[in-house]
Design a protein around this ligand. Structure first.
Ligand SMILES: *Cc1c(COP(=O)(O)O)cnc(C)c1O
Length: 358
């Protein structure tokens, strides 16, 4: 068996959900499980949070149907709404909470004959300019949807563009835009993602939407997951599958981009970019072998990568390697590679077996 697994600690996810809830006593929280629960496995994550989470949030109807099949009671929020008219009836059958983020969606909802009314979340474009109504348009659609046969609850939702950057001026402006609409009659309100949950209590409203923090990665540029009391959920583990000595001046890997400046011991690791390890990780990126950090050496291959074991003379074939996880925060690897923990976690590919710790 190929020695590469993504171990997922479900108790860490439950712990991190509890951290989110503790930040905002008395509020409810949609656990965001879009994109296969950020790569961790939506079935296992939902099953693990079942009964604990107040609700789940997903990106599309396909994901919502999967969550609903696992939990027939929790609220399930469709973050981008429906993409075509036929989806409204399905959303109603599944009893979803539905975002309405634009004119086309609002009109399609009002035209849909639904078996039962939906809990609707009108989305405000408070400044991110990706989805949602302007404040004036939102007032208009609030009036049109309030009392419509298709609408049970009418709620307000918006999303921060810069919540990871504490003190960014857009955060205040977006919060103000949201608060400015609260003279309207809404049943529920939701604004905060992970970063805002942790740093902007004024944004907590009725429903939190923690995503990345559930998985134990930091949503903030300047505070680590450990500093935030979050536990990493995923550890990507491989092994050394070959070890060799090379002479000074010899190179390693495709393109011969890494050259030994001294006689060197090179380890080959059973993980590559086809598993989701970033191709663009530069030489020197930390990799943990036998609990010790060693530098990546040369270009990452499809199924393998190489490390410089010169300072770890006892390392041998079969020794454990951690690409990220409990010993090397995914955020640290992401930073070394010019990306974010979100991308690394969601890009672990299907061929990497997940092993679950309850
Ligand atoms: C993905 C998403 C979230 C979760 O964001 P995190 O930064 O992962 O906490 C919250 N709200 C919306 C609308 C999202 O798309």
């Amino acid at each position: 068996m190929r020695p590469l697994i993504a171990a997922v600690d479900l108790s860490a996810i439950r712990h991190n959900y509890a951290v989110a809830k503790r930040c905002a006593p008395g509020r409810q929280a949609f656990a965001v499980v879009k994109a296969n629960a950020y790569g961790h496995g939506v079935r296992e994550v939902v099953a693990s949070l079942r009964g604990e989470a107040d609700g789940f949030a997903v990106a599309c109807l396909e994901e919502a149907a999967e969550v609903r099949a696992l939990d027939d009671e929790a609220r399930v929020l469709l973050l981008e709404g429906c993409f075509e008219p036929a989806e409204y009836q399905l959303a109603a059958q599944l009893g979803l909470d539905l975002v309405v983020q634009g004119v086309e969606q609002a009109e399609a909802l009002l035209a849909a004959p639904l078996a039962r009314p939906l809990s609707v979340w009108l989305k405000l474009d408070s400044g991110m300019h990706r989805l949602g109504f302007s404040p004036d348009a939102l007032r208009h659609w609030h009036a049109r949807l309030r009392g419509a046969a298709q609408v049970a609850e009418l709620n307000l939702i918006s999303h921060f563009a810069c919540a990871d950057l504490r003190g960014h001026t857009l955060n205040e402006l977006q919060l103000e835009a949201f608060l400015d609409l609260l003279d309207l009659d809404f049943d529920q309100r939701s604004l905060a993602n992970s970063a805002a949950i942790l740093t902007m209590p004024a944004s907590h409203m009725d429903w939190l939407r923690p995503g990345i923090m559930l998985y134990g990665a930091t949503p903030l540029a300047d505070l680590s997951a450990a500093e935030l009391g979050l536990k990493p959920a995923m550890t990507l583990s491989a092994q050394l599958i070959a070890v060799r000595e090379i002479a000074a001046g010899e190179s390693v890997g495709y393109g011969a981009t890494w050259e030994a400046t001294r006689p060197s011991r090179i380890g080959t690791v059973s993980c590559g970019y086809a598993d989701g390890y970033p191709l663009h990780a530069p030489s020197g990126t930390p990799v943990v072998v036998n609990g010790q950090r060693v530098p990546l050496a040369g270009r990452v291959s499809m199924d393998m990568l190489a490390v410089d074991l010169s300072d770890l003379p006892d390392a041998r074939v079969g020794d454990p390697v951690e690409l990220w996880g409990a010993q090397l925060p995914v955020d640290e690897l992401a930073q070394a590679c010019g990306t974010i923990g979100y991308e690394l976690l969601t890009k672990v590919t299907a061929r990497v077996p997940r092993r679950y710790l309850a």
